[in-house]
Every structure is written in structure tokens, then in C-alpha cells.
Design a protein around this ligand. Structure first.
Ligand code: NDP
Length: 246
């Protein structure tokens, strides 16, 4: 129960990697708020966590809507407490070759993945600076480091998150706040289910540990980074990718 009395906000906490992160933080004793655009999905997950003895709550929050985000942060601090842990996990893909990529697909991915991280990070930092503690974990991606065919928008957003993580870390380090990124490799979730079998087969051949990762394996990294044991780690990118990129 290392995270007892801590309030955690996990964007995209309702499913996939965010669901595993929310469950793991709750298992460590945190009061967890799962945010997403589909309240019913987050609510189902929150209920599962509560049934397992955790303290979890669903909230509707679109990370690309600054007014909605402000309302959520205000409500949390008024009705509960300041955010101690923020996990910027919400993310989308709109894949297509750069030559044919529509401007709106570029804008949407940057708005959700990168601007959403900035907006939530900014409000969390304000609360954390006041209490002189807190930790933020941004879920980037291996392809933010390597680039990837057909993902100009997504890779730019994930690489942007790495630069943003390092700037955030520098700006708040003196206040005892840590900011890190995790760059997962190929993790089995709805996001990767939609890839075709040949792409999955090719990817598998590039993974030294010879399998795809699980959402839980990313969640363990997050729970370490927000724990007391990781207080001297900031501005880092932790690769959880089965050795796909070394
Ligand atoms: P999923 O597609 O399974 O889940 C995405 C989550 O993001 C959902 O909970 C969704 O909730 C939420 N979300 C999407 N748009 C918004 C929005 N505008 N506002 C708030 N929440 C939103 O993805 P994964 O679990 O696979 O991925 C989670 C993160 O990990 C993403 O950032 C992804 O880029 C990253 N990642 C994933 C990898 C993988 O192999 N799966 C590899 C590397 C990185 P809702 O539908 O309710 O809005």
C-alpha cells in the first residue's frame, strides 16, 4: 500500500494500458480517477477495481478540451484533494502514409496525444507545486524514438511527448516533483488489435524477447516511477519494449 492517501488521475484509464495502470495504482492504495471520453467504459473499469477492494472513480474528460480539463482539476481539488499522480496515457492513432495524410488527422492526433499531455500536465504542475510533491508519467511510445512507416502524426506526437517530459522535469524538479516518460513497445490492446496479421508477424520478428508485452508490464513501470523508490529519477524515458529498441 505504498500509494495510500495519494490521489491519481489516469487519462484513458478505462481500457487497455490505462486500465492496467489504474488497477495497479489502486492496488498500491491510491484513490484513482479514470478519465475518458466514454464515461460508461471508465465506469465499468472503476467498478471492477472497486470490487477488488480498490478506490476508483470514473470521470468524463476529453483531454483535447481545455475547459473540461480545468473543470475536472477544480472539482478534484475542491471535493477531494490535489492531484499527487498524473498519468498522461490517453492516446489515439490515425495512421496513413505521410504523402496522403489528411491535415485533420494530423491535427487530431497532435491535439489528443501531445496537447492533451501539455494541458493536463500544466494543471497538475500548478497543484503539485503548491504542495511541493507529485509525480507525472507520460506514456510515449517506442515509435516516438524510432519513427514508423505510416505514422507521421503519431510518431511526432510521441516524440514531442519526450521533449515535453524533459522540459516539465527541469521546470519542476526544484519543487520535489518528478516527470518521466515510458516508451512501450508493442503491447496487446485494442489499439494494436486492429493491425493486420502480417504487420504483427513482422513486428514479432523484431522483438528479442519473442512476444508482445502486456498492459500490466507497462503498469508496473508506472507504479515504480510514482513510488518513493523512484524519487531520484526524473526526466527519463523508460523503455518497456521486450528489447525491440536498445
Ligand atoms: P487504447 O486504444 O486501447 O485506449 C486508448 C485510451 O485513451 C482509451 O481509454 C480512451 O478512452 C482514451 N482516449 C482516447 N482519446 C481520448 C481523449 N480525447 N480524451 C480522453 N481519453 C481519450 O490504447 P492503448 O491502451 O493501447 O494505449 C494507451 C497509451 O499507450 C496511448 O497513449 C498509446 O499511444 C500508448 N502506447 C500504446 C502501445 C500499444 O502497443 N498498445 C505502444 C506504445 C504506446 P475513451 O475511448 O473513453 O476516450
Amino acid at each position: 500500500m505504498e500509494l495510500k492517501d495519494k490521489l491519481a488521475l489516469v487519462t484513458g484509464g478505462g481500457r487497455g494500458i490505462g486500465k492496467a495502470i489504474s488497477s495497479e495504482l489502486a492496488r498500491q492504495g491510491a484513490k484513482v480517477f479514470l478519465a475518458g471520453t466514454r464515461l460508461e467504459v471508465a465506469e465499468d473499469t472503476a467498478k471492477i477495481i472497486r470490487d477488488q477492494g480498490g478506490d476508483a472513480h470514473a470521470i468524463r474528460m476529453d483531454v483535447s478540451n481545455s475547459e473540461e480539463i480545468q473543470e475536472v482539476f477544480q472539482t478534484l481539488s475542491k471535493e477531494h484533494k490535489a492531484v499527487d499522480i498524473l498519468v498522461n496515457n490517453a492516446g489515439i492513432t490515425r495512421d496513413g502514409l505521410m504523402m496522403r495524410m489528411k491535415e485533420e488527422d494530423w491535427d487530431e492526433v497532435i491535439r489528443v496525444n501531445l496537447k492533451g499531455t501539455f494541458l493536463c500536465g500544466q494543471l497538475a504542475m500548478k497543484q503539485m507545486i503548491k504542495q511541493k510533491s507529485g509525480s507525472i508519467v507520460n506514456i510515449s511510445s517506442v515509435v516516438g524514438l524510432s519513427g514508423n512507416f505510416g505514422q507521421a502524426n503519431y510518431t511526432a506526437s510521441k516524440a514531442g511527448m519526450i521533449g515535453l517530459t524533459k522540459t516539465m522535469a527541469r521546470e519542476v524538479a526544484a519543487r520535489g516533483i518528478t516527470v518521466n516518460a515510458i516508451a512501450p513497445g508493442f503491447i496487446e490492446t485494442e489499439m494494436t488489435d486492429k493491425l493486420d496479421d502480417q504487420i504483427k508477424k513482422d513486428l514479432l520478428e523484431k522483438i528479442p524477447l519473442t512476444r508482445f508485452g502486456t498492459p500490466e508490464e507497462v503498469a508496473y513501470g508506472v507504479s515504480f516511477l510514482v513510488s518513493e523508490r523512484a524519487k531520484y529519477i526524473t526526466g527519463q524515458v523508460i523503455n518497456i519494449n521486450g528489447g525491440m529498441l536498445m
